[in-house]
Design a protein around this ligand. Structure first.
Ligand code: F1P
Length: 364
């Protein structure tokens, strides 16, 4: 069998497989009953703490925002390292959710061990891998095998684990038909992929950008964070992320014709966020707007607009909204001569010396 050696072949395949993967994961969860089991067994009226590293931490940020918006319960996201270094941050009781594609990241496994040792609550884990060190510490595990990846950078694992946690929030709140949401997301995003690719590819071919900024509020702040990481990981470019309105408070000083500022526009904050977009344009920056419904005012200000037009509640649009940023990192990496399947300096899993994992800085 011939091996496909094209540069970035695994990463682009995984990015484009996301709608189909979401449907497969949703079916898996419905058949296994894992989501319903976790939804009924885990406590309410405590703060839910979503924990991860790297992309999985940014996933945690979106999941925490969704949790509070959908259930009304308190929730926050933290990198696993905060639990290890500042455990006093965690007033009892809390409901920990440990997020890790590999289930082997040392900081996440150690955080799970800390919760096991110091908290009476039950631990929920979510992973894409089999037989992981993480699950040894978990009372409940959501396992999304169809979303696992060969690539180092996360794409379908990120959006699939995010959707699973958002569906858990929806089941807890009992206000959203989860199957309908996933079906709509899958069908509509599948249709959007070709135009997303065309828009992002043409933006990259124009080759005017050397500095990237991503802006979002509410559940879209975590999307902006993940977008920043995708462009850094796949293209070794300078990228930053902020809450949209925070950009005025100093960071906008960097805006130039070589700066591409991507706005993940929310419905709730549209008016205020659009004012920042118009200000960035007036300062001479390039602007990409990712929105659910485009407007003439938006089209008049932005250089490019990607309109999702998804008939799902606002937080559930996050998974689709991040895809243009995955493509931006991918095509920018190719243009700069990198191989997104083998990102510079990175390993697929970060396992640290002195843990019950590999040697110093080892990774696989
Ligand atoms: C988390 C992570 C990724 C990053 C790289 C190294 O992995 O930090 O976010 O892109 O792949 O690992 P995991 O804990 O979700 O397996």
């Amino acid at each position: 069998m011939s091996v496909d050696t094209r540069v970035g072949v695994h990463t682009i395949g995984e990015i484009l497989s996301q709608p189909d993967t979401w449907a497969r994961c949703c079916t898996l969860l419905e058949n296994s009953g894992e989501l319903s089991q976790a939804s009924t067994a885990l406590p309410g009226n405590v703060e839910w703490v979503f924990v991860g590293c790297g992309s999985s931490f940014f996933l945690a940020e979106i999941a925490a925002a969704t949790w509070s918006m959908e259930t009304g319960e308190r929730a926050r996201a933290l990198p696993a390292s905060e639990i290890l270094l500042f455990p006093s941050l965690f007033p009892q009781p809390s409901q920990p959710v440990l997020i890790s594609r590999s289930g082997e990241t040392s900081e996440v496994v150690e955080a799970a061990a800390w919760f096991r040792q110091n908290h009476s609550s039950q631990i929920l884990g979510i992973t894409c891998a089999q037989a992981t060190r993480l699950e040894k510490f978990c009372d409940y595990i959501i396992r999304l095998s169809p979303a696992d990846e060969r690539s180092t950078v996360m794409s379908r694992s990120f959006t699939s684990m995010l959707l699973a946690l958002q569906c858990l929030a929806a089941k807890r709140a009992g206000r959203v038909n989860v199957e309908r949401v996933v079906h709509a997301l899958r069908a509509e995003t599948e249709k959007l992929l070709p135009s997303m690719q065309t828009t992002i590819d043409s933006l990259v071919r124009a080759g005017n950008s050397e500095d990237y900024v991503f802006l979002g509020q509410g559940p879209f702040f975590g999307v902006a964070q993940e977008a920043m990481l995708k462009v850094k990981e796949m293209s070794c470019s300078y990228a930053q992320s902020f809450h949209t309105l925070e950009f005025r408070h100093g960071p906008k000083a960097i805006v130039s014709p070589r700066t591409l500022v991507t706005f993940f526009l929310s419905e709730k904050g549209m008016e205020q966020e659009l004012a920042v977009l118009e200000e960035v344009k007036s300062l001479g920056g390039q602007v990409l707007a990712i929105t659910n419904l485009a407007s003439s005012r938006m089209a008049g200000a932005a250089d490019q607009v990607i309109s999702l037009e998804l008939d799902v509640p606002e937080p559930f649009r996050a998974a689709a909204a991040v895809i243009p940023a995955q493509l931006l990192g991918y095509y920018t990496g190719l243009r700069k001569g990198f191989d997104p399947d083998h990102p510079r300096h990175l390993t697929r899993v970060v396992m640290l010396q002195g843990t019950d994992g590999g040697g110093a800085g080892s990774g696989s």
